[in-house]
Design a protein around this ligand. Structure first.
Ligand code: THU
Length: 138
């Protein structure tokens, strides 16, 4: 799949956001290694802390459906859904990515002009890893 298509899917996912408190709408499109794509949006809550980010919505949908191998994610967000710059994943979402993804997992940060691509190792250096530190998936 072309990155441009994944970016387009993230933009569409952003329109599903439930963000009545912050007004920030976020969308994510997660590419599985088998070519399937799972989309997510942020879902806020009156009690604030139960809010879930777009990236985790996408990951949890995919994992529920049996996926464990992922290639890339496109993420976009902005106030009222207007993309004015990159909307990088929060620390919690980075750690969720780390659970299932290697250093070379591609994160496409959507910008008004297109997108910037970074690898998970850049977003979460010196990470706590299920494989290295917990012996999971060795
Ligand atoms: N948000 C995401 O959906 N993804 C992130 O990685 C950063 C933050 C959402 C959570 C909240 O609904 C809104 O953006 C403002 O923080």
């Amino acid at each position: 799949m072309k990155t441009e298509e994944l970016v387009q899917m993230a933009k569409e996912a952003m329109t599903h956001a439930y963000a009545p408190y912050s007004g920030y709408k976020v969308g994510a499109a997660l590419l599985c290694s088998d070519g399937s794509v799972y989309c997510g949006c942020n879902i806020e809550n009156a009690s604030y802390t139960p809010t879930v980010c777009a990236e985790r919505t996408a990951f949890f949908k995919a994992v529920y459906d049996g996926h464990r191998d992922f290639t890339a994610i496109a993420v976009c967000g902005g106030k009222d859904g207007e993309i004015t710059g990159a909307f990088p994943p929060c620390g919690v979402c980075r750690q969720v990515m780390r659970e299932f993804c290697g250093d070379d997992f591609q994160v496409h940060l959507v910008t008004p002009e297109g997108w910037d691509t970074v690898e998970l190792s850049q977003l979460l250096p010196h990470s706590f890893s299920p494989k290295t530190h917990m012996g999971i998936g060795e």
